[in-house]
Every structure is written in structure tokens, then in C-alpha cells.
Design a protein around this ligand. Structure first.
Ligand SMILES: [Zn+2]
Ligand SMILES: [Zn+2]
Length: 397
């Protein structure tokens, strides 16, 4: 039987698991209820299952009946601090927490793929590691799992690693998209505190006002992006938080702001880490003030291995037919901690459209929106792709 047909037969139970996870979303690195659901879904399968020590991860190893290499499949499991406004029958029952990025689908699809591949264990030429990961949304859960040994869970390193991500907009339901090279940006955080000297707002010359200097820094960062970085190696800086003062007639002691920096190459990222603090400190100095500028590295660039991305596109074409796979023209400015896996193992990260049929992908609410919705119709497709990638890659040796 075709893998797609087998996945379609499992669609009901995959959707049941997905909806159960969706109803009880959890945030961060500690997801005990989600972990329990995954363990229950894997129970009875011929897998070596282990759980994380510092984080609530699940690692499952399937050893095939024939010799061959190791392949890793990853699904993330965590939700976001969003109050769900979809009105779906299986909407979140936890106030202020929602699976707004579709990680509930990834978890359910990966469990479905485990079931499907276990049924083929005897003929499987190699080993599959299933990586169920907490804390993708800013907690670097993948890095924690790597330090706890997920990449060595089978006794030897994987030859390839694949991750899937659903999208509530842009892509039509069931359409896959990937590209060789940079797929998602590096994301770093800039934290700035400008130190002045407060006083009466009517006598600024007797104080040291941090606000105009901080405003100048916000604009200078944008100028820096256009003057210091190659337009063909893009950089995005957005100041998303800016705080100073309490009222109109008091000059505060301090102004603070936070910014995110996105980049697509190690050289741009290194340059950002050097240029941003220097610019901030020099502007402060020009005004006779001081400033602290911290550039904190968060997630690296998610770089698809060229061969593995081509292999994924070929697998999509072979398994799903023409028109189902798109070669993405540009990377995405979002970031992913699957990047930490791809720093160690060649692989590919693939997007899967899950826009519900009653919405236009062009205008549908995006991932992270309180109204983001992901169609269960995508579940069998994602499950099938996970399984096809493992089967075909193992067959290559
Ligand atoms: Zn997300
Ligand atoms: Zn996500």
C-alpha cells in the first residue's frame, strides 16, 4: 500500500491526537500533559523511548530489520501565550495559551509517522530517530535536546534530519515549500539601556535627558542596516519595545528599548553583534551619556543542505505528484531552533500549507494570530511526508 494511503487511513486518529493536544496547550520547556499524550500515542510500538531530564522531551528510536543509516525526524510540541479566538470546537481550554503556531499538528503528524514506519519495521533499511521537542518558541528546546544526546540516541549520528512546519496562510492546503540554503533567519535580541540624569522637564539643561538620545538610536539602527549591510544579504532590525519616563514634566534617569535583529549569514550576524553595541554607545557618548547595549544570540540561521533540500523536493514530487511542491523563492524572516539540529546534521526544513478551505491563503490570519486556524486535512499529508522522507533517505544508504 502507498504511504499516502496508509497515512490517510490513520487520519482520524492523528486528528484526534492533534485536537487533544490543541485543547490542552502548554508553553515552554515543561510540557507534562503533552508529553503524556505523546507517550500514550507511542505505547505498544516497537520503539526505544526515552524522555528528557531537564526538559519534557520524548525521543523514540525505531531500529529497522535491515542494516542502514540513521535518519532523524523532528516535531515541536509547545504552544504560545495567546488567547485563542478561533471558536473551534476543540479550541484551547487553557486561558491565555494557544497552539497558534500549529505545533500540535507537528506532534500528531510525527506520532502518525512513527506508527506508519513501525508497521514497516521488518523491511526498514536503517534507524529512525523521532525527536519530539518542547520549547521551540524562544526557549531553544532543540539545543537542550542536543545537549541531552538526541543526535546520538541511535548510537551513531544521523545522516540526515528533517523538520516540518505548517502554515495557516500563504500556502494552499497540502502544498509543501522548501529551498536549498537559508530557509529562515537568525534571530537575536538587542537590549539597550540609556543612562541619563533625571530632572525637571522645564530645565533640561540641568539634567541629562536619555529620551532624545534613545530616539536617535532607534533611527540610527535603521540607517545602519542600509549603510553597513549588503542589500543581497538582508538584515532586519525592529525595535518592538521602548520605555522611558512616567509623565510629561519629569525627565527620567533612563530609557530602555528592545529590538530583534534578523540576518541570513554568519558574517552579517557577526557584524551585527559588533556594530550595534558600538553605534549605541557612540551615540550615547555624543550626548554625554552612557548606554548598555547587549547583543544576545538566540537562534542561528536555518540552513537547508542543498542536496537534502533537492531530495525533499524530489520526494514531494514523486510521492504527491506535480504541483504539490514549491521551491520557495526567498527565505522567511521568522526563525526556528531546528537550526541547531541543521548546524550538526545536513537536512531540510519544509513548510506545509494548512489553510482551511473557507479562507483565502493570501488574507488568512498568520501563525501566532489568535485567529490562526490549521486544517486537519494537512495531517495525513504531513505524516506521509515525514514517513516518505525517512523511507527514501534510508533506502539511499
Ligand atoms: Zn511560532
Ligand atoms: Zn513554529
Amino acid at each position: 500500500m502507498l504511504v499516502r494511503d496508509e497515512a490517510a487511513k490513520l487520519a482520524g486518529e492523528i486528528a484526534e491526537l492533534r485536537q487533544a493536544i490543541h485543547r490542552e496547550p502548554e508553553i515552554g520547556l515543561d510540557l507534562p500533559k503533552t508529553q503524556r499524550k505523546v507517550l500514550d500515542a507511542l505505547a505498544g510500538l516497537p520503539l526505544e523511548v526515552s524522555t528528557g531530564k531537564a526538559v519534557s522531551s520524548v525521543t523514540a528510536v525505531l531500529r529497522g530489520g535491515r542494516p542502514g543509516p540513521v535518519v532523524l525526524l523532528r516535531g515541536d510540541m509547545d504552544a504560545l501565550p495567546v488567547t485563542e479566538a478561533t471558536g473551534l470546537p476543540y479550541a484551547s481550554t487553557v486561558p491565555g495559551v494557544m497552539h497558534a503556531c500549529g505545533h500540535d499538528l507537528h506532534t500528531a503528524m510525527l506520532a502518525g509517522a512513527a506508527r506508519l514506519l513501525c508497521a514497516r519495521q521488518a523491511d526498514l533499511p536503517g534507524t529512525v530517530i523521532f525527536m519530539f521537542q518542547p520549547g521551540e518558541e524562544g526557549h531553544a528546546g532543540a539545543r537542550h535536546m542536543i545537549s541531552e544526546g538526541v543526535l546520538d540516541a541511535a548510537g551513531e549520528r544521523p545522516v540526515a534530519a528533517y523538520g516540518l512546519h505548517v502554515s495557516s496562510s500563504k500556502l494552499g492546503c497540502g502544498v509543501f515549500s522548501t529551498r536549498p540554503g537559508p530557509m529562515l533567519a537568525a534571530a537575536d535580541q538587542i537590549t539597550v539601556t540609556v543612562h541619563g540624569r533625571g530632572g525637571h522637564a522645564s530645565q533640561p539643561h540641568r539634567a541629562a535627558d536619555p529620551i532624545p538620545a534613545a530616539c536617535e538610536m532607534v533611527l540610527a539602527l535603521q540607517t545602519m542596516v542600509t549603510r553597513k549591510f549588503d542589500v543581497f544579504d538582508p538584515v532586519v532590525i525592529t525595535v518592538g519595545s521602548f520605555h522611558a519616563g512616567t509623565t510629561d514634566n519629569v525627565i527620567p534617569d533612563e530609557a530602555r528599548f528592545l529590538a530583534t535583529a534578523r540576518s541570513y549569514s554568519a558574517s552579517s550576524r557577526t557584524a551585527l553583534a559588533e556594530e550595534v553595541p558600538r553605534l549605541i554607545k557612540d551615540i550615547a557618548g555624543a550626548h554625554g551619556l552612557t548606554a548598555d547595549a547587549e547583543y544576545a544570540a538566540e537562534y542561528p540561521v536555518t540552513i537547508n543542505d542543498a542536496t537534502e533540500a533537492e531530495f525533499a523536493l524530489q520526494t514531494i514530487a514523486d510521492a504527491f505528484g506535480p504541483g504539490r511542491g514549491q521551491r520557495a523563492q526567498f527565505p522567511i524572516t521568522g526563525a526556528e531552533d531546528f537550526s541547531f539540529v541543521l548546524e550538526e546534521v545536513p537536512g531540510a526544513f519544509v513548510f506545509l500549507g494548512a489553510c482551511p478551505p473557507d479562507r483565502d491563503p493570501e488574507t488568512a490570519p498568520t501563525n501566532h494570530s489568535a485567529r490562526a486556524a490549521f486544517d486537519d486535512a494537512a495531517l495525513a499529508e504531513g505524516t506521509a511526508l515525514y514517513a516518505e522522507l525517512a523511507l527514501r533517505r534510508l533506502a539511499q544508504g
